[in-house]
Each structure stands twice: as structure tokens, then as C-alpha cells.
Design a protein around this ligand. Structure first.
Ligand code: PAF
Length: 277
């Protein structure tokens, strides 16, 4: 498996691939959740390629860019074992040379949920993803449902900028106790790791209430809040019940909604979600 660092070289390699190409873009520090996306791409396409790039533009000034977990050798071994054709691993300078000034900014949908707490995050994501799409010209690109808002934002960008590829959403992969897999789980101390299961338990509580006939979003949010507050290590950033496409908050559940939340457990801020249809 080739590891390519420059845009000019990776474009040449890409043009040698004749057939469908699936792209798995990642920040790295791979886990089983990531590999499920790679495997889906390998099933769907003639070739699968990946980019591993810790994109500084999507981290806010007080966020964890410097300490974000990295193990590139392990990532490359895992990608090779899955049958990835080549990996694009650019430097920051290669992606954002001196004087870089161009941004892809999606309005409205990016100001809610994650965007409300992380105001520059999605501009960084859409800019790097648009650049990767331009450089690597995938037939399909694979993203996890765990980052539901990121997925919605990228789908909107692809549609509204008429980009020539298909965005494939892949289900969240969970630990046996329900915790959604995430590179940031490595920050959890053992007691916090136990407490972190409360995110999924609160989502399942919302689902149970919904299946029992509850349609009042405020009541469901209240029940989720009180369950999470039983964990002293947990600090709620937001709990949202929103239209699954626009991400506008709803009072009554009358159409499919995304139930999503962000909770700090000790140091890491974890997110999770599920859709009620
Ligand atoms: O989800 C991620 O890993 C990142 O946000 C992405 C899509 C690779 C962009 O840097």
C-alpha cells in the first residue's frame, strides 16, 4: 500500500485507478468503527483509498489539536490489512500553504448543536473535505452516523455545490456496553469510562419513551437530563431533539427526529445520537 504525501503525486495515482473509488477520510487513530466504513467501501467499490490528516482547521483554539491521539504506523497497518489501495497523508503545509485564504462555509445548519459550541469547527471540516474531494475525486465517500451533524453538513455541501460523488452514511459502531466508539474514548479514566455509558443509556431511554407513545420533546429531554445528572462525572453540553434534516429543534415529535447529545465526562467531550422514525 502506497503512502503519498503530495497533492501532485496523489492526483497521478488516482488517475491510474480505473473503476469506482471509495474514499475513507479520517483524522486517524483508527478503531473498529472506522474499519466498518473501510470495509463498506471495499465491498462497494473497485478501489478504496484513504486520507489520514489531523486537520488543524477544524479544531478551535482551546481544543485538543496538539494532544489529539495519533498512531500513524498502526493506522497504516490497519488500512493495509483491509485492502486499501493507497493513503494520502499530507502535511499541513501541503494542504494550507502560506497565504491560504479559501473556505467552504455552509450557513444555518452549522450554527446549531456542535456548531453552537464549536463555532469554527464545520468550516474547517467542509473546507478540508471539499479539498479532499477535489484532489481525490472519489465515486463515493464514507462517513459515520456517529457524527450525525457532520454527515448532514457534508451531504448538504455535496448537493448544493453539485459535487460529483455519493455520500454514504455508515451506522455507529458501539462497544458491548453501548458506548459509541471514538478516538476520544482513550482519554477516559476507568471510572469515567463506566460513567460514559450514560450517553447511550439516555438515548435508549428516549427511544423507549417514544415507543411508549411519548411525543413531547421537552419531557423526553427532561428524562434524559435527569438520568445523565445521576453521574457526577457528567457535564451536559446539550441534549437536542431536532428535525433529522434541518436540525431545527422540535417541541412535538411528528416526523423523524435526531436525538443527539454532547456530554463532558471528565476531560473528553463525547457525542452520540440516534434517529427516531
Ligand atoms: O470525521 C472525521 O474524522 C473528520 O472530521 C474528517 C471528515 C476526516 C475531516 O477532517
Amino acid at each position: 500500500m502506497k503512502v503519498i504525501k503530495t497533492i501532485s503525486e496523489v492526483k497521478k495515482e488516482r488517475h491510474n485507478l480505473k473503476g469506482t473509488v471509495g474514499l475513507f477520510p479520517t483524522l486517524g487513530f483508527l478503531h473498529e468503527g472506522h474499519l466498518s466504513l473501510v470495509r463498506q467501501s471495499v465491498r462497494d467499490n473497485n478501489f478504496t483509498i484513504s486520507s489520514v490528516f489531523v486537520n488543524p482547521m477544524q479544531f478551535g483554539p482551546s481544543e485538543d489539536f496538539d494532544s489529539y491521539p495519533r498512531d500513524f504506523d498502526r493506522d497504516l497497518t490497519m488500512l493495509e490489512e483491509e485492502g486499501v489501495e493507497f493513503v494520502f497523508m499530507p502535511s499541513t503545509q501541503e494542504m494550507y500553504p502560506e497565504g491560504y485564504d479559501t473556505w467552504v462555509d455552509i450557513e444555518n445548519i452549522t450554527g446549531k448543536l456542535e456548531g453552537a459550541s464549536r463555532p469554527t469547527h464545520f468550516r474547517g471540516v467542509t473546507t478540508v473535505v471539499a479539498k479532499l474531494f477535489n484532489i481525490l475525486e472519489p465515486t463515493r465517500a464514507y462517513f459515520g452516523q456517529k457524527d450525525a451533524q457532520q454527515l448532514a453538513v457534508i451531504k448538504k455541501m455535496v448537493k448544493e455545490l453539485n459535487m460529483n460523488l455519493e455520500v454514504i452514511a455508515c451506522p455507529t459502531v458501539r462497544e458491548p456496553d453501548g458506548l459509541a466508539m471514538s478516538s476520544r474514548n482513550t482519554y477516559l479514566k476507568p471510572d469515567e469510562r463506566k460513567a460514559a455509558t450514560v450517553l447511550y443509556r439516555s438515548l435508549k431511554l428516549a427511544e423507549k419513551l417514544y415507543f411508549e407513545g411519548e411525543r413531547d420533546a421537552l419531557k423526553i429531554r427532561r428524562e434524559m437530563t435527569s438520568l445523565i445528572q445521576q453521574q457526577p462525572a457528567a457535564n451536559i453540553d446539550y441534549i437536542s431533539i431536532a428535525d433529522n434534516e434541518t436540525l431545527d429543534e422540535v417541541d412535538k415529535i411528528t416526523r423523524p427526529v435526531l436525538v443527539s447529545l454532547a456530554v463532558k465526562i471528565g476531560k473528553p467531550r463525547l457525542i452520540d445520537n440516534l434517529v427516531l422514525e
